[in-house]
Design a protein around this ligand. Structure first.
Ligand code: IPE
Ligand code: IPE
Ligand code: MG
Length: 242
C-alpha cells in the first residue's frame, strides 16, 4: 500500500537480527561455522535485493557484545568470516554502489580486521545506492554507555551544561550518528527478543519475526515482509487515524 493510502509504505531503513545459523547447521549434523558461512551467502543476496525494493538503509547484526561467550573456535571462525567477506565483497559492493559502515566497539577487535573495516568504509564512502551497516561487537547498552561517557567528559571539561543534554546530544555520541532510525526490525529463527540490538534507535520501529532460520531467508520472504509492513499504520504515540 502506498503511503498516501494510509499505510507505512516501503521502509527506508530495515534492520535484521540474522539468527539461526547454528540451528540450521545442527539440523544437518554440520559444525556451526558451516551455518555461519551459509548465512554470509544470504547476506550477499539480501544486500543485492534491497535497492529494488526501495530500501535505502540496511543494518545487520553480525556479532553482539555477548557473543564472546561462545567457544573460541566459533568466535575465531566468525571473525575470519567477517574479514573474508570484506576482502571478497569489496569490489562487488563498490561497483554496486553500496556504502558500507560498521557499528559496535572496535577496540576489542583484531587489528587486521579493524584495518579492513576502515579500508572498505573509506573506499565506499561516496556510494549512495544502498547504505549497509554491519554491527560487529555491537551491544545497545554498551553503545549508550560509551555515549554517556562522552557527554560526561564534555560536562567535566566545562564544554557542556547538564541541562543541554537532550535526545540529539545523546544520539550524536552513538555509533549510528547521522543514520536514520530503522523503520522495521526483522528477526529470523523464531526467537521473540531484541538481544540488545539498537534499543535507542528502534524505540519506534515496527517488528517482524519469522521462524525461518537465517541461512534459509530469501529476498522473496523479505518482499513478503515488506508488503505486510506497507499496510501497517505507524502512530508514534498519536491517535488512531483509520
Ligand atoms: C546468528 O546465528 C549468528 C550469530 C549470532 C553470530 P546463531 O549462531 O545465533 O544461531 P543459533 O541461534 O545458535 O541457531
Ligand atoms: C543475536 O543473536 C546476535 C546476532 C544475531 C549477531 P543471539 O543468538 O546471540 O541472541 P540470543 O543469545 O539468542 O538472545
Ligand atoms: Mg542465535
Amino acid at each position: 500500500m502506498p503511503q498516501g493510502a494510509g499505510g507505512a509504505g516501503a521502509p527506508r531503513h530495515v534492520a535484521i537480527i540474522m539468527d539461526g545459523n547454528g540451528r540450521w547447521a545442527r539440523e544437518r549434523g554440520w559444525p556451526r561455522l558451516v551455518g555461519h558461512r551459509r548465512g554470509a551467502e544470504r547476506v550477499k543476496q539480501v544486500v543485492r535485493a534491497c535497492p529494488d525494493m526501495g530500501v535505502e538503509w540496511l543494518t545487520i547484526y553480525a556479532f553482539s557484545t555477548e557473543n564472546w561467550r561462545r567457544s573460541r573456535e566459533e568466535v575465531v571462525g566468525l571473525m575470519g568470516l567477517f574479514a573474508r567477506y570484506i576482502r571478497k565483497e569489496a569490489d562487488e559492493l563498490s561497483k554496486e554502489g553500496v556504502r558500507m559502515r560498521f557499528i559496535g566497539d572496535r577496540s576489542q577487535l583484531d587489528r587486521r580486521l579493524r584495518d579492513l573495516m576502515t579500508g572498505i568504509e573509506h573506499r565506499t564512502a561516496a556510494n549512495t545506492r544502498l547504505n549497509l551497516t554491519v554491527a560487529i561487537n555491537y551491544g545497545g547498552r554498551d553503545e549508550i554507555v560509551r555515549a554517556a561517557r562522552r557527554l560526561a567528559r564534555e560536562v567535566a571539561a566545562g564544554r557542556l551544561a547538564p541541562d543541554e543534554i537532550d535526545f540529539a546530544a545523546l544520539a550524536a555520541g552513538l555509533d549510528t550518528v547521522g543514520q536514520p532510525d530503522p523503520d522495521l526490525v526483522i528477526r529470523t529463527s523464531g526467537e521473540l527478543r531484541s538481544s540488545n540490538f539498537l534499543p535507542w534507535q528502534a524505540a519506534y520501529s515496527e517488528y517482524e519475526f519469522t521462524p525461518t532460520l537465517w541461512p534459509d531467508f530469501s529476498p522473496e520472504e523479505l518482499q513478503q515482509i515488506l508488503a505486510r509492513f506497507a499496510a501497517r499504520e505507524r502512530r508514534f504515540g498519536g491517535a488512531k487515524t483509520r
